[in-house]
Design a binder for this molecule. Structure first.
Ligand code: NAP
Ligand code: ZN
Length: 339
């Protein structure tokens, strides 16, 4: 008898998925370490899932056995509120996270994520992986990809010729560079790690690279950017970043440090600049992002590992030592029996 809500017996509107690959997001690390105070141990992490459908409930119309599908940061929502009605399930107050979530519809069971060989998910929250995308390079797009793609679309940071700044060249940041370039934008990486310069420019296709601790470089770029995506996982100062924006430029914060960021109003009021947050993306955003990735051949840069390496991978992620996403080969790992 399963006690968690993701390994439940399949209902009419559920899809049963054999997990092939699951990315390791910095959010998994935050949760495991109880950085946000939200951990409900034992935590089974994982919300960047690509797998194969093995069975579907009698009411399922979108998927069939054999389909390659993805599951991202959440697996359910209330389906009755304004956000759900508008297709913004990611902002529903009753959203059920894929891992370490509370499933109120199932007696408050905790959800166990994609570091497991099978997951059962309501059809609506499953997305189709377009043909031709590699499953391991696609897995990180289910969270990292949509988290940067959806605010770029919402804030017009998808227009050729516009200048995008990407702060933090990690899992989220490196796919933001790829989407920015695919949109035809000029992309500048703003990083704490000078060692990432060459790869950012030569391999990921960024146009410029600024070391955030170098005041001269930062000053030279003042007022040049239309938008900035800030993916930094730790506390940092945002005023120097806001100075990089043009008047009426837009910063989008997606990184989630656990301490408040300092904001000088002088950094936003005179230039009429905006700061917005963003939480992943809706199911529709996620599907649209995957279609875009399919058309443009976008995939994450990944280090594929087996499950027995996961603790080392988490330690390396914490030390900013990953190029640029660990992805677990779940189907190729020995996990033991879930029954
Ligand atoms: P990641 O791969 O570890 O990348 C984070 C990057 O931030 C690092 O590569 C590093 O880039 C930079 N960084 C790290 N420590 C820093 C510090 N002390 N000061 C300045 N920069 C620092 O993490 P990720 O998976 O991309 O996730 C990033 C953040 O986004 C996490 O907080 C995660 O929880 C959050 N997240 C949010 C959403 C959402 O929906 N809003 C979704 C997924 C993840 P450089 O070496 O280039 O400086
Ligand atoms: Zn994530």
């Amino acid at each position: 008898m399963f006690i968690d809500s993701n390994l439940r017996v399949q209902s009419d509107d559920d899809v049963t998925i054999k997990v092939l690959y699951c990315g390791i997001c910095h959010t998994d690390l935050h949760v495991i370490k109880n950085y946000w105070g939200s951990a409900m141990y034992p935590v089974v992490p994982g919300h960047e899932i690509v797998g194969t459908v093995t069975d579907v409930g009698s009411g399922v119309t979108k998927f069939k056995a054999g389909d390659t599908v993805g599951v991202g940061y959440f697996v359910d929502s209330c389906r009755a509120c304004e956000c759900c009605g508008n297709g913004h399930e990611n902002y529903c107050a009753g959203v059920v996270l894929t891992s370490n979530g509370v499933d109120h519809a199932r007696g408050g069971a905790a959800t166990l994520g994609g570091f497991s060989d099978v997951i059962v998910v309501r059809e609506h929250y499953v997305v189709r992986v377009p043909d031709g995308l590699s499953p391991e390079r696609t897995a990180p797009l289910l969270c990292a990809g949509v988290t940067v793609y959806s605010p770029m679309m919402r804030h017009g940071l998808n227009q050729p010729g516009k200048h995008l700044g990407v702060v933090g060249l990690g899992g989220l940041g490196h796919v933001a560079v790829k989407f920015g370039k695919a949109f035809g934008m000029k992309v500048t990486v703003i990083s704490t790690s000078p060692r990432k310069r060459q790869e950012a420019l030569e391999h990921l296709g960024a146009d410029e690279f600024l070391v955030s601790s170098d005041p001269e470089q930062m000053k030279a770029a003042t007022g040049t950017m239309d938008g900035i995506i800030d993916t930094v996982s730790a506390w940092h100062t945002i005023t120097p970043l806001l100075m990089l924006l043009k008047p009426m430029g837009q910063m989008v914060v997606v990184g989630v440090p656990n301490k408040p960021l300092e904001l000088s109003v002088y950094a936003i009021v005179p230039g009429g600049k905006g700061i917005a947050g963003n939480n992943v993306g809706s199911v529709g955003d996620c599907q649209a992002m995957l279609e875009f990735a399919g058309k443009h051949g976008i995939g994450a840069e990944v280090e594929v590992i087996k499950m027995d390496y996961v603790n080392t991978a988490l330690e390396r992620l914490e030390k900013n030592d990953v190029r640029y996403r660990f992805v677990i080969d779940i189907a190729g790992s020995s996990l033991g029996s879930a029954a």
